[in-house]
Design a protein around this ligand. Sequence first.
Ligand code: KG4
Ligand code: ZN
Length: 334
Amino acid sequence: TKDIKILSIETSCDETACSIIKNGKEILSNVVVSQIDSHKRFGGVVPEVASRHHVESITLVIEEALQKAEISPDELDAVAVTEGPGLIGALLVGINAAKAFSFAHDLPLIPVHHIAGHIYASELEEQMNFPLIALVVSGGHTELLLMKSHLEFEVIGETRDDAVGEAYDKVARVIGLPYPGGPHIDRLSSEGTDEFNFPRAYLEKGSYDFSFSGLKSAVINTHHNYSQKGLEVKPENVACAFQNSVVDVITDKAMKAVREYGVEHLIVAGGVAANSGLRNRFESLCSKQEVKLHIPALKYCTDNAAMIGAAAYQLYLKEYFTGLDLNGRSFIDI
Ligand code: KG4
Ligand code: ZN
């Protein structure tokens, strides 16, 4: 059988990325240009700034991916691109580049859902085993899904307000840490004690949805009350209490889903999968409950195009192609 080589593009948020992968898993190149430094001074991603950076970088990133893979466009079988969800202006840069590439080289165009990409990062390292529960936790998403086979996604829970990573970044800002705050809170939390016992939002009985806005408000209020009394709140204790609350709720719900749906495999992906508290807790719970835990390597957890290519390969096998009228979509069901 013929090898299938797909060039994939990801520009949904603040990384301009292009990757070429063979047969859905062999990574020939994986180029990621991060804009974090440009957004840092604003304390978060500024959509218009993101779009402009994508425009500046996209052609170079695609060329570099081709060079690193030592491949010419006529050896490719398809072009894939993230169609959403994401920042619309940012998505459109990748989509237009993908359309132009597809048209110029007469290649089929494959639209990929960003969340599907995060989950398929797992497929880059080992084959998926179905049924499985997938948890995607990032700066933009908090989704719990059931997959019974390839490309069959059933959302069983999601955030009703902030994404986990977003809550991390906002809380970090309150306690004076730089953007993105997740890694800083993670590091600080191991130096603190849980003196605050912040709320845990389990929502209605049996719900797999998440909510982090109450927790975020609790942090802000605590901070405010302390400073009004002229007291200093220890950032490491806020970090520790916040992280404990987040980890308790997320791991409880994910493990409950694993039991209720009777699956043996759990995938945890997205940027927040880098969190040490979350990893440690999942590792110990999964080993006790004989669940196989799959967490992709960090570079495939944060936004990248290889994960988009891995999902695109499955779509390619089903000939899920789109025309040049493809549009970006900031919200889109998986
Ligand atoms: O997947 P990602 O790179 O981008 C999105 O698709 O959103 O995730 C970035 C998010 C940021 O909110 C960042 O603070 C968070 O992941 N993050 C972490 C850690 N490392 C990154 N959050 C908690 N603990 C970490 N160690
Ligand atoms: Zn993402």
